[in-house]
Design a protein around this ligand. Sequence first.
Ligand code: SAM
Length: 251
Amino acid sequence: VSFGFADVARDDKASLVRGVFDRSARRYDLMNDLMSLGIHRVWKDMVMTRANPQPGEVHIDVAGGTGDLARSFLAKADAVAARRGDDRKATAIVLDINEQMLRAGVKRGLKPHEDGRIDWVTGNAECLPLPDRTAHCVTISTGIRNVTDRAAALKEMRRVLKPGGRFLCLEFTRPTSRAWEKAYDAWSFNVMPELGHYVAKDRESYQYLVESIRRFPNQDDFADELRAAGFRRVSYTNFSGGIAALHVGWA
Ligand code: SAM
């Protein structure tokens, strides 16, 4: 396990985001479960199915928090390796701006098969402390919404992909039907900040998270942002009626 370079937050938004996750890092997984009624686990599993991890591949999970996706990537790559009798081991880099999130992930412990195969790196998605063409697969799950300069981060994630590599981005988005949007707004504006208050003792931070979801571009506009960053064959899939969407692009 290694911690890489320490980032300096570049502006207020970055500091606020860092604060939000600093305060709630330890309760973060529990909050995720409560806020999405456990559905985020299903979404993440769908992301990894689309990521299609292979033996020997390098995975980078940007804004990777406690490392859920990286662990899943290794497990799925190992299952493929076992089926094929391939002994190449996949490896992963979990990068996050907040060291506390990474530490919470490390503290959770590594399963024997994960040992030595995950690097934990503190860094900013807008300026990744990683060489060009490092990874076969780059993911970012409910993280791009918090990044100040989204265009810079998308270009960086494109830069660290090997030619032909894949990029998958899971993010909270807007429901696609009016009725569903109304119900979702009621949930997110009334219930989520209350959950933040009672579970993480931090109503304001969760209010901020709800607002950041509202401000995020719609699925088509975000797909255009991926194209502008140089990704090819961009597509997206809505999850749970558009509460979240998975955008996929290729280097
Ligand atoms: N990807 C993890 C998951 O799906 O469980 C964590 C998601 S959490 C909602 C958002 C994460 O983004 C936090 O861990 C936060 O520290 C990180 N983050 C926010 N801004 C970032 C940035 N500019 N660069 C890297 N990580 C960032």
